[in-house]
Design a binder for this molecule. Structure first.
Ligand code: NI
Length: 254
């Protein structure tokens, strides 16, 4: 039983074969999926997927790259989505300073606002953070995100930064990068992080693990990520599957 805590099966990359791709992931052992929203539109389509497949849950929220035109009406709309029993988190929200677009102040404003929403509806957050470790930590702390907890998805920072987020009660999201030859820093983070604080994710269609690096990613490749975590920890893949599955159930409640 594998828990996929971060996928985007509503993405247009799956338009031609969505049904088959989801079935293949299930055949690979994935029994639970959180389809994560990244815009107002994909928040809606994530909820639709959760209604279509009993194995699917949804997160609703707006990614930093897409937050420029957000309004309070959008926040009301997201809040309305959270009344659905299949909606288990607010995400993905956060900061992305890699592109510097939109401006940092806009990103920070809507990151903070969506944490506020998460506290309001008592749901955990799924955080996207790229080249923005300090601001992510400071805002999460100032907004009391530790009260709802969540995942630092696609974790890309150092072990020292991992410790800060772990101390705040967050889980570390581990995806395809852990299989990369140049993924040494994430391997160190995995070695450092207790197994009961690791979440497995693909972020598909992005970030495919080795041996499929560069191709379209899909949740069916989660076993490669689990195998790598198991090797780093010196335990069996089954132990990793079971522990990370339990972690996700603890956080999302199902
Ligand atoms: Ni994502």
């Amino acid at each position: 039983m594998i828990y996929e805590t971060h996928t985007h099966f509503d993405d247009k990359a799956f338009d031609a074969d969505r049904e088959d791709a989801i079935r293949s992931a299930m055949e690979a052992g994935v029994t639970r999926f959180v389809n994560v929203g990244a815009s107002m539109e994909s928040s809606r389509t994530s909820v639709e997927l959760a209604h279509k497949y009993p194995e699917f849950l949804a997160a609703v929220g707006v990614h930093p790259e897409d937050c420029r035109d957000l309004t309070e009406e959008d926040m009301d709309c997201l809040k309305e989505y959270t009344k659905d029993k299949d909606v288990v988190a607010i995400g993905e929200i956060g900061l992305d300073y890699y592109w510097n677009e939109p401006e940092r102040d806009i990103q920070k404003k809507w990151f903070a606002r969506q944490i506020e929403l998460a506290l309001d509806v008592s749901l955990p957050v799924i955080i996207h953070s790229r080249e923005a470790a300090k601001d992510t930590y400071d805002i999460a702390k100032a907004e009391c995100a530790d009260r709802v907890g969540g995942i630092i998805h696609c974790f890309s920072y150092s072990t020292e930064t991992a410790r800060l987020f772990l101390d705040m009660g967050f889980y570390i999201g581990v995806g395809g990068v852990v299989t990369f030859k140049n993924g040494r820093r994430l391997k160190e983070v995995v070695e450092y992080t207790p197994l009961d604080r690791i979440m497995t994710e693909t972020d598909s269609p992005y970030m495919a693990p080795v041996p499929n690096r560069g191709k379209r990613n899909s949740s069916e490749y989660l076993p490669y990520i689990i195998r790598q975590i198991a090797d780093i920890k010196g335990i069996s893949a089954e132990e990793v599957e079971e522990a990370t599955y339990n972690n996700a159930v603890r956080l999302f409640g199902k």
